[in-house]
Design a protein around this ligand. Sequence first.
Ligand SMILES: O=C(O)c1ccc[n+]([C@@H]2O[C@H](COP(=O)([O-])O)[C@@H](O)[C@H]2O)c1
Ligand SMILES: Cc1cc2nc[nH]c2cc1C
Length: 341
Amino acid sequence: MTDVPFTLSALADLGTLARDLPRFDDRAAEAARARQNSLSKPPGSLGRLEELAVFMAGWQGTERLKIARAQALVFAGNHGVCAQGVNPFPQEVTAQMVANFEAGGAAINQLCRANGADLQVIALDLETPTGDITTGPALDEAACLTVFNRGAAAVDPHADVVILGEMGIGNSTIAAALAAAIFGGEVRDWVGPGTGSDGEGLARKIAAIERALARHADLRGNAPAQLAALGGREQAAICGAVLAARMARIPVLLDGFICTAAAAALYGTDPDYLAHCRVGHVSAEPGHRRLLDALGQTPVLDFDMRLGEGSGAALALGILRSALACHNGMATFGEAGVSGG
Ligand SMILES: O=C(O)c1ccc[n+]([C@@H]2O[C@H](COP(=O)([O-])O)[C@@H](O)[C@H]2O)c1
Ligand SMILES: Cc1cc2nc[nH]c2cc1C
C-alpha cells in the first residue's frame, strides 16, 4: 500500500504518536445526531443503530456517511508458547487455515462476501514461531517494530472502514497473557478454552501464563514492551493497523478476544488510541467480557461465536451498513409529511 502514514522506529515512540492523531469531529457528530432526531421515527427508537451512525459521522467527519470500501485484514502468526502444550490443535493448522482463506473456503471468506468486505490475509513468518513467552520474549524490539509497521502499511488509507482479525494456533494463551499483564487480576479469570482446551489443557495454559508474567514482571506499566515480550506478530500487526486507520480517520471494527487483547496494548499505552474502534462482537471466550469492561467497550453483537479470523467483526459490518442505510436513506418527519417531529 502507498501513503504509509507513519513508520515506528522505536517502541518507546508509540506513546508520542498521540500528538498527531486526528480527533473525533464533534460538529459532524452533532449534525448526525440532529439528523437522527429529525428522521421519521420516534427519537432514539433505532437504539444503537443511531449511536453507530453518530460514531461513523464523528470519524468520517461528515453528516452523509458511506461505506464504499470495507477492508478486512486478517493477520496470521505462530507462537513459541505452543511448546507448553496450551493448544489442542497442532501448530501447522495456522498455515493450513491461511491456505483455506486464500482458497476462499473459510468462514471469514463467506462473511466478508455476505457483508461486502474486501479480504486480505497477511501471513507473518509462519515458519518461524515467536519465542516462548515462558522462557524469554516473544519478539525483540526490531522484530516487533517490523510487524507493527507491516500492519500499518496494510491499511488502505482510502477505505471507509477497516475490519481486523487474526489466525494463530496458541494465541488464546497469548491474548490472556497480554490482558493479564495490562489490566492485572487473576490469570484464571482471563483464560478460557480457545479452540477447545479443557481440564489439564486449561491448567497448563494458566501455569504457562503465570510463568510468563513472572518472567516479564519488570515490564509492568510498559504496554509497548509487554506487546513485544508477551504478544506475537499478528498482535503487533493489529496494533499497527489500528493506528494507521486512526491516522486516516478510518473507523475500525475489532473482532473477538484475541484481536481485542492485541488492541489492548494500545489502550494500555494511551486509552485514546482506541477511540475510533468498536468491537464487533463479544466472544464466547470468557475473558472477552472482562476485557470489554476494562476497555469501556460495548460490543455490537453477542452471537456466542469464538472463531476469530475477523468473523465477528465482518458480521458486525452488516449492522454498521444497516445503521448507515437508515441514517442516509430515511425521510425526515417533514419530508414524509408525518406529524409530531
Ligand atoms: O477471538 C476469539 O474470540 C477466539 C476465541 C477462541 C479461539 N479463537 C481462534 O482460535 C485460535 C486460538 O486458539 P488456541 O486454542 O489455539 O489458543 C486462533 O486462531 C484464534 O483465531 C479466537
Ligand atoms: C480449524 C480452525 C479454524 C480457525 N480459525 C481461526 N482459528 C482457528 C482454529 C482452528 C483450529
